[in-house]
Design a protein around this ligand. Structure first.
Ligand SMILES: Cc1cc2nc3c(=O)[nH]c(=O)nc-3n(C[C@H](O)[C@H](O)[C@H](O)COP(=O)(O)OP(=O)(O)OC[C@H]3O[C@@H](n4cnc5c(N)ncnc54)[C@H](O)[C@@H]3O)c2cc1C
Length: 282
């Protein structure tokens, strides 16, 4: 089973925080960046891969009911600062997009586990698509701070959707961009790229987020490289975000033992090798 499961003390730091909006702007036509200042020093207790549950504000026409899970995109440098990068898609994120600077928002967390990362790693390979970029950005910073070499494969619909600067945030990385628009993001093309990169560079760890297709592809490729750590940050519809409602369970295969695990509590980071892609009934 994944070594990154929540420890018993990880829940001890979970709390509800009232935050002030410090910055809030469009990154491109679909994504917004929000920087919050919390009422407590949460940056230092927030780790890459973890997420918060956000209480999106009510608007004149809409009242988001459940809290919305959002990966931490950045934490610090001041102790109370926390950032999210989000796609404006539905009721909650539309309402959130209307929050003014100096407005307030409640967030609950930090929730979930973190990636397996060791500062003595020589190189990591990060494979991200869409909103997965937000989840992986703190891991990129962690690797850059530790002097670990980074290879990044970024997948997007078009070049305009890529958000390379937002992903790397100044970190030095070898970047390979693939797009739906020119077919370079197809499973066949990306599999060739992955096999070349992993075969030639032999990264210590491969991480992914944002695409089930990429996840399954990496599971196939990593079967040939048992020594390489492989982890995925999973995105799953969830309600409570704290392990109570069980709405986010997924099936995992841990050395032949099948387990339903909660993405919010045992995850969201899991071993790529343990994800069960298709569930067969009967
Ligand atoms: C661990 C985790 C981290 C995430 N990190 C990010 C991030 O960094 N940036 C980002 O843009 N999005 C992220 N998402 C997805 C984000 O939670 C949804 O886009 C958001 O909840 C949509 O809310 P909505 O009200 O705008 O959409 P609606 O479709 O109106 O939402 C209706 C309901 O469905 C749920 N829901 C809808 N889409 C998703 C989804 N993809 N995953 C989980 N629940 C969903 C909502 O929480 C809500 O309860 C993350 C999801 C998870 C589980």
């Amino acid at each position: 089973m994944s070594a990154t499961l929540c420890g018993p003390d990880s829940a001890a730091t979970v709390a509800s925080h009232r935050c002030r909006v410090v910055e809030h702007s469009w990154v491109n036509r679909r994504y917004r960046h929000i920087r919050l200042e919390a009422d407590a020093p949460i940056a230092r207790i927030t780790k890459p891969g973890q997420f918060y549950q956000l209480r999106c504000p009510a608007t004149e026409t809409e009242q988001p009911f459940l809290l919305r899970p959002m990966s931490v995109y950045g934490a610090g440098p001041e102790d109370g600062r926390i950032e999210f990068l989000y796609n404006v898609t539905g009721v909650g994120t539309r309402a959130m997009a209307s929050l003014p600077v100096d407005g307030h928002m409640e967030i609950v967390g930090p929730l979930g586990n973190t990636f397996t990362f060791r500062p003595d790693f020589k190189r990591i390979l990060v494979v991200a698509r869409g909103v997965g970029l937000a989840t992986m950005a703190p891991l990129i910073q962690q690797a850059a701070d530790a002097g670990v070499a980074i290879t990044a494969v970024m997948s997007a619909r078009t070049r305009e959707d890529l958000m390379e600067q937002e992903f790397l945030r100044g970190a030095n990385a070898q970047v390979h961009s693939v797009f739906d628009a020119d077919g370079s993001s197809s499973v066949d093309a990306v599999e060739v790229l992955m096999r070349n990169l992993i075969g030639q560079q032999r990264p210590d760890a491969v991480y992914t987020c944002g695409s089930h297709r990429l996840l399954m592809l990496l599971q196939r490729v990593l079967a040939d490289y048992p020594e390489v750590v492989g982890e995925v940050a999973m995105e799953q519809r969830m309600a409570c975000g704290m392990g109570v409602c069980l709405s986010c369970v997924r099936l995992f295969d841990c050395d032949g033992d099948k387990h339903f695990l909660r993405v919010c509590r045992e995850g969201p980071v899991f071993s790529i090798r343990e994800v069960v892609g298709e569930v067969e009934f009967g």
